[in-house]
Ligand binder design. Structure first.
Ligand code: DQQ
Length: 604
């Protein structure tokens, strides 16, 4: 049964902010924000934020900004300028995809956070709209932080978000779409009842944030989670709240789930997945062929972890499939740079889509100089890995393939020991690459549970191997964003390692030679890849877009995102290579390289 809904017009004291009012507010409030203490409760890069011009970008400026820096991406989502972090409340409504995001209108570092807003009909071409939510109430005056969108009915849409209050407390608030007939959803009103959730006894109001999308149980009540932590054992937890109207909420007597020693859980996400098809499910769906994913963003590690499990609706608890890889200590969405992610159910194409924030790896000074920070990853479709009962797969949404052109492909060839093969690509700064290799047939793979220990081991191993050390099988893979002399290059490769239990496959993204610049995070990322029975190949898909490299190994079982800042690589001089530094010859089943078109974003 559909739960009761409230009617925006009857319950709102604050009139809707028109677009114009929002813009005026943003401009006029610079001094207000300037006066705020620059307290950063997170470990983001932060410094004096008054160094940016706040005037809206003209279209000429837009063009200049888009082309002014080679690190700027060509087809990833970015605001025109300034700082961006978490994706918030993604949704599909009346033909438009909406993306909200944490945004600082005044500079390239974290602070003064509003909800930036953009719309798209295909998740690739975006129109920037004025900010959807800005700090204008005592309960969010220091920042409109992360949250989610929930459809209370087909046309009754609410945003639930964390406000950072005048007293530096984290509280949860609701904003309602006040003009449901507007497909661009430009007008939002905050409820007079806000804050609708405050930290009660036992909850620290500094660790109380990032409400999820709501779902309903069989009792018809709404449920949401709020990320938190209890100091004892540094236990991270997802507080569970219930409500009949989305306004008055009751804290459940237990959390949905908690895991000791994982620290603060930011941006929890909880959603059902089908066990027998790739189709996505709406957030309240449950049943015999349904499992649930619980994802949390670990504040201490700045990494997104997930676990697959069962949602026991009568007890209102999440039971992980395997306690050894419980949320926060097991699988990660991405073994590179990927944080504060959020999914939504796309009713348009019946799929679940994941967005994730990809921060910079360079210095504050560099970010200020370029005038912007961070990108959002290419949205990914997620579904259960049919070959692994504990994991999910992620794959770039199909729409990205519209940008592919100038295909270069090759089939069935050998890569000799020590070979470095230059591949055709006119503009190797913007590529979509797919390559698959034969798996050496006599080698039984040992299946590795990707728990914390395995992850550390994988990263250490990738680090030891780099892309040059010779093994039996591998390293073999790709050099992307490379100079002709290979002085700068990022290597994405496989490496098969022998242990007493058999062979294990590692996938690595080695940034150690990605740039000649100092002061850059050049971690060599890596993970074990579960290669399951019947798989006689190893595959990579690598999306390259100037300063970002997104890797999807083995059909999306493992993902690694890297940010790189090459100094001698531009549209005319970037090179792409296939290499094999292993002792054994490697057979390439298929290689396809597409150059990718630019996307120009519009401003509303
Ligand atoms: N970012 C938001 C918080 C969230 C954090 C503030 C995660 O709501 O916990 O910008 O990156």
């Amino acid at each position: 049964m559909a739960p009761s809904t409230f009617h925006p017009s009857g319950s709102i004291k604050w009139g809707a902010l028109s677009c114009i009012a929002a813009i005026l507010f943003l401009t006029a409030s610079e001094q207000v924000f300037g006066a705020l203490p620059s307290t950063n409760p997170f470990s983001y890069k932060l410094s004096n934020q008054s160094d940016q011009d706040v005037s809206a970008a003209t279209s000429k400026e837009k063009k200049l900004l888009q082309n002014s820096h080679t690190d700027r991406t060509a087809f990833h989502f970015q605001p025109i300028k300034n700082w961006m972090n978490d994706p918030n409340g993604p949704l599909f409504y009346k033909g438009y995809y909406h993306l909200f995001y944490q945004y600082n209108p005044y500079g390239a570092v974290w602070g003064n956070i509003v909800w930036g807003h953009a719309v798209s009909t295909d998740l690739i071409h975006w129109i920037h709209l004025p900010a959807a939510l800005v700090p204008d109430q005592w309960y969010d005056i220091k920042g409109v932080w992360s949250g989610s969108a929930t459809f209370l009915s087909k046309v009754n849409l609410v945003l639930l978000y964390t406000g950072w209050s005048n007293a530096s407390r984290q509280v949860q608030n609701v904003a309602v779409a006040t003009n449901p007939s507007d497909p661009l959803l430009r007008s939002w009103s905050k409820l007079s009842e806000n804050p609708i959730l405050v930290a009660t006894a036992g909850i620290n109001s500094s660790n109380f944030r990032d409400p999820t999308t709501g779902w309903t149980g069989s009792d018809g009540l709404w449920r949401v989670l709020v990320g938190s932590k209890i100091d004892k054992n540094e236990t991270g937890l997802a507080l569970l709240y219930k409500s009949h109207d989305f306004v008055k909420w009751q804290l459940a007597d237990h959390s949905l789930h908690s895991v000791a020693n994982t620290g603060m859980w930011e941006c929890p996400d909880f959603y059902p997945v089908s066990m027998n098809e790739k189709k996505g499910l709406d957030t309240s769906v449950n049943g015999p062929l349904v499992k649930h994913v619980l994802k949390v963003s670990l504040d201490d590690k700045k990494r997104d972890y997930y676990a697959l499990g069962t949602y026991d609706t009568s007890a209102d608890i999440f039971i992980p499939e395997n306690k050894k890889i419980d949320v926060g200590i097991g699988l990660r969405y991405d073994y590179g740079k990927y944080y504060a992610s959020k999914t939504f159910y796309d009713d348009n194409k019946q799929r679940r889509i994941l967005w994730g924030w990809i921060n910079e790896s360079d210095s504050i000074a560099a970010d200020k100089a370029k005038g912007w920070s961070s990108v959002q990853g290419i949205p990914r479709k997620v579904w259960v890995d049919e070959s692994n009962p504990h994991g999910i797969k992620q794959w770039p949404i199909e729409e990205i393939e519209k940008l592919r052109h100038a295909k270069h492909s090759k089939k069935k060839f050998w890569l000799k020991k020590g070979s470095i093969l230059k591949l055709k690509a006119k503009r190797a700064t913007q590529l979509d690459i797919e390559v698959s290799f034969d798996l050496p047939s006599h080698n039984q793979q040992e299946l590795v549970l990707n728990d914390e220990m395995a992850q550390n081991e994988a990263q250490i191993n990738c680090g030891k191997v780099g892309a040059t050390k010779q093994g039996t099988y591998g390293p073999f893979g790709l050099y992307v964003l490379a100079t002709k002399d290979l002085q700068e290059r990022t290597s994405v490769f496989f490496y098969l390692r022998h242990s007493n239990k058999g062979w294990r496959t590692l996938v690595c993204s080695d940034q150690s030679r990605s740039t000649l610049l100092p002061n850059i995070d050049k971690t060599i990322y890596g993970s074990f890849v579960p290669v399951t029975k019947g798989e006689d190949f190893l595959s990579l898909r690598v999306i390259v877009d100037h300063s970002i490299i997104e890797t999807f190994a083995q059909g999306g079982k493992v993902c690694i995102t890297s940010r790189v800042y090459p100094t001698r690589v531009n549209d005319d001089s970037a090179h792409l290579y296939l290499f094999n530094h292993g002792n054994q010859i490697v057979h390439v089943q298929m290689l396809a390289v597409w150059e990718m078109s630019n996307v120009v974003f519009d401003i509303y």
